[in-house]
Design a protein around this ligand. Structure first.
Ligand code: ASP
Ligand code: MG
Length: 426
């Protein structure tokens, strides 16, 4: 019996023609006899480029240079992939014309986030059209599906909330009939994008393609999801900060949820929950060394307990105390939280003592400056910047001491598994 499997390929895995050919090899070699849904992100840094286009179009600035660059980038990939690129080139031209029209006709009253989604979703449309046509051209039969007809969201543009009932229905209805005995076609669809009930394109939040893979897996009761990445799997630290980062061969869903919640960026945090609910394994594997085992995330508890390190840099520590030196009370806290919510400042860690309340947040000047101005009306504020927030899961004293060398410890929080440290480099 064939099972349904989901493969997800991110931007780096389709960033040029050679990378797309590698994706085709992986599909050929690793799908086995199973039914396959392939979820693909925009090519390389396309999403960032589209964000720039939206900013320019919204401000009525000339965006033609950036649009040409992005078009040429896609042309180059097509040129290297196809002997006869006429048809695919026509399709790509249509998408770019659509982008140009949307950006040229932005009206004053239109919401930025709305325009953003109408334009930025096109990155995934471009990549899936190219990859799907390429796979067909080399004999891997595909069914191209527009995810906007399958993933239904509300109209929170740039952060669409998935309507699970409708989405599950639409995915089952549209995908299951393709997977019939004897049909070898694989489904190719977009990560990250959906459609509101009003019929407008939406996006699920940056890096949301992993989440899309989980949505398809959940809806189709898939046997597993594989996220193909440019790293060997889930590591116990970001190799950017840690020379001897180690591969974690297996993790529980709970571990993976915590790691991503605390800031590990290897998988989108929303990905795990739907998979956990249906006991669907999540594999993270290298598209550079596809034969290597990578990491599997499932119901089991890991055999070995390996400490994991999550670094968040560019952190601010804001200490807030009442002006009259009284204690911090519930009324103060609710005022502080209201202001944090007002400026959409996400709290990475908080600590409450008798005389002050401290929050550690990402330093985003645009948000922090007005927040501090507002807080200063009723509180005495101390603000430290350029800090690091380090989270260690499965910590031991030796690892913590090593971390704190040449650093000044400002806040420490721990429970039996996890220690969190706000530090300043000496
Ligand atoms: N292309 C989108 C982004 O770069 C979605 C994704 O890559 O998952 O954020
Ligand atoms: Mg991406």
């Amino acid at each position: 019996m064939s099972q349904i499997r989901i493969f997800k390929f991110g931007g780096a895995s389709v960033k040029n023609a050679e990378a797309v050919k590698n994706v085709a090899e992986i599909i050929r070699n690793y799908r086995g006899n199973d039914y396959l849904v392939v979820v693909i992100s925009a090519m390389g840094k396309t999403t960032n480029a589209l964000e720039v286009l939206v900013q320019k179009g919204y401000k009525k600035e000339d965006f033609s240079k950036e649009l040409d660059e992005l078009r040429n980038y896609h042309y180059q990939i097509i040129h290297e992939l196809f002997q006869n690129s006429l048809d695919i080139r026509k399709e790509i031209d249509e998408v770019f014309e659509e982008i140009r029209i949307i950006l040229s006709t932005v009206a004053q009253h239109e919401e930025y986030n709305f325009i953003y989604d109408q334009v930025v979703c096109q990155g995934e449309i471009l990549s899936t059209k190219i990859v799907s046509s390429y796979l067909n051209s080399i004999g891997i039969k595909t069914e191209y599906k527009d995810a906007r007809g399958l993933v239904r969201t509300d109209n929170t543009y740039r952060e669409g909330k998935v309507n699970w009932n409708i989405t599950e229905y639409l995915i089952k209805q549209n995908i299951e009939p393709i997977f019939t005995e004897g049909n070898q076609a694989i489904v190719v669809t977009q990560g990250f994008i959906g459609k509101s009930s009003e019929g407008h394109s939406t996006t699920l939040g940056r890096e949301g393609s992993d989440y899309t893979a989980a949505i398809f897996a959940y809806s189709l009761n898939a046997s597993d999801v594989t996220i193909w990445k440019d790293v060997p799997g889930v590591l116990n630290a970001d190799p950017k900060y840690f020379a001897d980062a180690q591969l974690l061969p297996q993790l529980s869903y709970y571990d993976a949820i915590e790691l991503t919640y605390y800031g590990a960026t290897v998988i989108h945090p929303k990905t795990m929950k739907p998979l956990q609910n249906k006991h669907i394994a999540l594999r993270v594997k290298s598209f550079i060394h596809p034969a290597n085992p990578g990491t599997v995330i499932n119901d089991k508890e890991p055999l070995a307990v390996i400490p994991s390190f999550i670094f968040k840099v560019n952190q601010s520590l804001i200490s807030i105390s009442p002006k009259d030196f009284s204690f911090i009370m519930e009324e103060n806290l609710s005022e502080i939280f209201a202001l944090l919510a007002k400026y959409r400042v996400k709290v990475n860690l908080m600590q409450h003592s008798a005389l002050s309340f401290q929050v550690c947040v990402d330093f985003d000047e645009q948000k922090i400056t007005p927040l501090l101005m507002d807080l200063e009306r009723n509180f005495v504020i101390e603000h430290k910047t350029n800090l690091e927030l380090i989270t260690v899961r499965n910590y031991n004293q030796a690892t913590v001491e090593r971390l704190l060398k040449e650093k000044e410890l400002l806040v420490e929080q721990k429970n039996s598994h996890t220690i969190r440290l706000v530090v300043e480099n000496k």
